[in-house]
Design a protein around this ligand. Structure first.
Ligand code: UD1
Ligand code: CA
Length: 455
């Protein structure tokens, strides 16, 4: 069965009080519309048609994708009018309607809904709510068959008592849609072309409206204001925390853990409180992540340990390697197995070989460091000459004394040592000691200056 998906995303979202179009507001680091598109893609449709209006250019720019057909709805004349804008591009047997501000809808729920659709049947996703105020109500006949949807503002008191609400998400046979949308009128309480009026038309044409429900009402919850946005965020995070725990991760507190991207985990991973995982993060077995760490687009190999308050971006931490507390690994940082990076150490485009160590207060940029090499406290690579970046290369078993300035480009061969406080601007041959600091003088009979009294 071929499928076209139409995502409605033209509304303004006045209650967000924001310059940002509503559907671009983020949940878990991705725009709400981005989440809906992600789910839509998993259904492998012929086309994804995004109806845009308010902030159209920004939405188009931020979400551009080869497989997306953006359709402009100049004036927001109603949900039926919105779908009608996409009609010329719809060719598939089934058309599924989704909403750019309803981001948590699950693919499994949509599969259940789509399974209901055929030439003679529509699929409508409904939800039973304690307080359905604002929702279109599902009107059923004596045989309990759906006969119509009545919008809240058009409903009689008796209809308002109905607790089954319209989620707005529905799937219809594509070839009937143009006819139904063409017959919509806006003679109703809101003066809009309601997509929901299609239901009564379908029933009059002899079709059956079959219904499905989401497993969880939050799947169909939209965000109209910042409070609802925060509720969606929390719900997403709870879901993600449960998913990771089911895979064998211990979260010290699932309520103090945030994922803003795609996380892959092994078993017996331990994550302490206030950890944020962003982008693509791969965590292998037995990894420990201490409290207050931000880890973005990084890979942590088996048994790696990230101690408290560390910030990683674009880093690979090898098997049994450790970083932190207070380590900063910037893009291109690679720690081979059992390498160690301690507190207040910053790495950028730097590769530490197996068992290499930089324990304290160090900056290593554009550096390749061999196995077992030890970098003394306070050492920095001077990798930037004001115009270009240069490389620092060290062999294996090098010993860099404390507080060295390594002026790149420079090469320190295997087994070499440098004295504490050195400014190394020449290559150091293997096994030699470089001393590059002023020789100490002790001045005999030195008298300290005496404070001069004022006035
Ligand atoms: C709609 C349904 C209602 C349902 C409710 C669930 C209709 C007529 N009513 O009501 O039965 O219970 O959703 O939340 O469909 N949009 C456009 N262009 C437009 C109008 C709307 O793109 O011209 C988009 C909005 O940005 C929004 C969505 O469609 O994302 C829903 O529109 P909205 O006006 O909020 O519909 P509701 O009144 O909530
Ligand atoms: Ca709404």
């Amino acid at each position: 069965m071929s499928l076209d998906i139409v995502i409605l995303a033209a509304g303004q979202g006045t209650r967000m009080r924001s310059a940002l179009p509503k559907v671009l507001h983020p949940v878990a680091g991705n725009s709400m519309l981005g989440h809906v598109i992600h789910s839509a893609r998993q259904l492998s449709p012929e086309g994804i048609h995004v109806v845009i209006g308010h902030g159209a250019e920004r939405v188009r720019e931020q979400l551009a994708g080869d497989d997306l057909n953006f359709v402009l709805q100049d004036k927001q004349l109603g949900t039926g009018h919105a779908v009608a804008q996409a009609l010329p591009a719809l060719t598939a047997e089934t058309v599924l309607i989704l909403y750019g501000d309803v981001p948590l809808i699950q693919v499994e729920t949509l599969h259940r809904l789509l399974a209901l659709v055929n030439d003679q049947q529509l699929g409508l996703l409904t939800v039973t709510l304690e307080d359905p105020t604002g929702y279109g109500r599902i009107v059923r006949d004596a045989q309990h068959r759906v006969s119509a949807i009545v919008e809240h503002k058009d409903a009689t008191e008796a209809q308002k008592a109905i607790k089954e609400g319209n989620t707005g998400i529905l799937a219809v046979p594509g070839k009937r849609l143009a006819d139904w949308l063409g017959r919509l009128s806006n003679k109703n309480a809101q003066g809009e072309y309601y997509l929901t009026d299609v239901i009564a038309m379908a029933v009059n044409d002899g079709l059956v409206v079959a219904t499905a429900q989401p497993d969880d009402a939050m799947e169909v919850q939209g965000a109209n204001d910042r409070k609802q946005l925060a509720e969606l965020e929390r719900h997403y995070q709870q879901r993600e925390a449960r998913r990771l725990m089911a895979l064998g991760v211990t979260l010290r507190d699932p309520a103090r853990f945030d994922v803003r991207g795609d996380v892959t985990v092994g078993r017996d991973v331990m994550i302490d409180v206030n950890v944020i995982l962003e982008g693509r993060v791969v965590i292998e077995d037995d990894v420990l992540i201490g409290p207050n760490c931000v880890i973005k687009d990084s890979t942590l190999r088996k048994g790696a340990v990230i101690k408290a308050n560390s910030h990683l971006e674009g880093a690979i931490v090898g098997e049994g390697a450790d970083a932190g507390p207070f380590a900063r690994l910037r893009p291109g940082s690679v720690l081979d197995a059992r390498a160690h990076v301690g507190n207040f150490v910053e790495l950028k485009n730097a590769h530490l070989g197996e068992g290499a160590k930089a324990g304290h207060l160090t900056y290593l940029g554009d550096a390749v460091i061999g196995a077992r090499t030890n970098i003394g406290a306070g050492t920095i690579t001077c990798n930037y000459d004001g115009a270009n970046k240069h490389k620092t290369v060290m062999g294996e078993d090098v010993f860099i004394g404390s507080n060295n300035s390594l002026v790149a480009p420079v090469h320190i061969a295997s087994g070499a040592s440098t004295a504490a406080g050195s400014t190394i601007n020449q290559d150091v041959p293997a096994e030699q000691l470089a001393v590059a600091r002023a020789r100490q003088r002790n001045i005999e009979g030195w008298t300290r200056p005496v404070k001069i009294k004022k006035g």
